[in-house]
Design a protein around this ligand. Structure first.
Ligand SMILES: *Cc1c(COP(=O)(O)O)cnc(C)c1O
Length: 391
């Protein structure tokens, strides 16, 4: 049985299962041992070596989902990204980073790299030319994120990897927003795929984890650094993550379908100024998204018209929670101006298109009619007095 031939939901359900030889139970047993046989064994197992039975086997599921040979599971998405960076970068190296990265990744780079003499440049945009102009002779890695947070711009993965390969530069991507259900960057030439497994892999807002998927050679290189840094995931959580991932295909497809319906509805709504969703034909990157994504994802953003108070709108939502993080089966919203981009100045936010009225919407699996009713109710209640006076 080759993994490539298996369908998405079969991989989610079965790849990387640990057989319960003793009792023939239906699911993987959980191995909590932090001490394993040392003499005459092929693999010396230890939780911080990322190779307990549960860690090793769940990695196979992640690798199969991302079409790679191997994968590693980490204690958080930031552990995954930091271990990846430290595995491939050293003093004197330079890295090119997309300007629209997850805030935690940008902070990590700005705060930690100078301590280690690693140079970096953030691009000014997402076109291939924006990357080409900042490549230096010592550039070792290009790191991208598509779709971007929170405006869902799409970067042409193939163009970036073609450029990088022509110059012998490695490429990595944060594939958290799309998830492997909607995008497989390896098929477009990316070398290293990382995830915050806290998001769609977990899917129930009760797990913090991370992952990197790549060739065996690259994963071995990361592992050599990771065993020194620590940052492995506890077997309890690995086991929880396996359970969650069994339904990832079902969940993310249902969420993606809901997001598509909500985006189309919001786009026609009288009180909404703008909708950002790559599945809308009006999105500037619609064709590109169609070409490189299997589905358009379950994240979208929208702007309320000026006469509505975004803060009040969020408070008036009853079903949809105003909540940090994303990707759970429950719908959530946040205001990027007040959270992920709060540290930027008003001018910086204006420059990247984050208005005060922008709402990021992580669409869950609820019935669409209930989501619509909740939003309509909150909109009605968040109309400002000024607007009423003008009316
Ligand atoms: C949440 C997130 C991360 C960081 O993951 P943690 O699990 O919180 O460490 C990285 N990238 C993206 C796109 C995220 O949404």
């Amino acid at each position: 049985m080759t993994k490539e031939k298996l369908g998405l939901n079969t991989i989610c359900t079965h790849v990387g299962e640990i057989k319960d030889e003793q009792f023939k139970g239906a699911i993987s047993p959980i191995y909590l041992s932090s001490s394993y046989e040392f003499l005459d064994v092929d693999v010396k197992r230890y939780p911080r070596y990322f190779n307990t039975p549960n860690q090793e086997y769940l990695s196979k599921k992640i690798a199969a989902l991302e079409h790679t040979e191997a994968a590693l599971i980490f204690a958080s998405g930031m552990a995954a990204i930091s271990h990846l960076f430290f595995a491939f970068l050293k003093t004197g190296d330079h890295v090119v980073l997309q300007n629209t990265l997850y805030g935690g990744t940008s902070n990590f780079v700005r705060e930690e790299f100078p301590k280690y003499g690693i140079e970096f440049t953030f691009t000014n945009g997402s076109e291939v030319g924006d990357f080409e102009t900042v490549i230096q002779a010592n550039t070792k890695l290009i790191h991208i994120e598509t779709p971007s947070n929170p405006l869902l711009t799409i970067t042409d993965i193939k163009k970036i990897t073609t450029l990088a390969r022509s110059k012998g530069i490695l490429t990595s991507i944060d594939n958290t927003f799309a998830s492997p259900v909607n995008q497989n960057p390896i098929d477009f030439g990316i070398d290293l795929v990382m995830h915050s497994a806290t998001k769609y892999f977990g899917g129930h807002s009760d797990i913090c984890a991370g992952a990197v998927a790549a060739s065996k050679e690259h994963i071995d290189k990361i592992w050599n650094v990771s065993k020194n840094l620590g940052g492995s995931l506890s077997d309890f959580t690995v086991w929880m993550l396996e359970r969650s991932m069994k339904t990832m295909g079902l969940r993310v497809k249902a969420q993606t379908k809901n997001a598509f319906k909500m985006a189309k509805w919001l786009n026609k709504h009288d009180c909404i100024a703008k909708v950002y969703y790559p599945g809308l034909k009006s999105h500037p990157d619609y064709e590109l998204a169609k070409a490189q994504m299997k589905g358009f994802g379950a994240m979208l953003s929208f702007e309320l018209k000026e006469e509505f108070d975004a803060h009040k709108f969020q408070k008036e939502l009853k079903l949809i929670k105003s909540s940090m993080s994303l990707a759970g089966i429950e719908s959530t919203v946040i205001s990027p101006a007040l959270t992920s981009h709060a540290l930027l100045s008003q001018e910086e936010r204006d420059a990247v298109g984050i208005s005060d009225g922008l709402i990021r919407f992580s669409v869950g699996i609820e019935s669409v009619k209930d989501l619509k009713a909740d939003i309509n109710n909150a909109i009605t209640k968040s109309r400002t007095k000024k607007a009423v006076a003008n009316a």
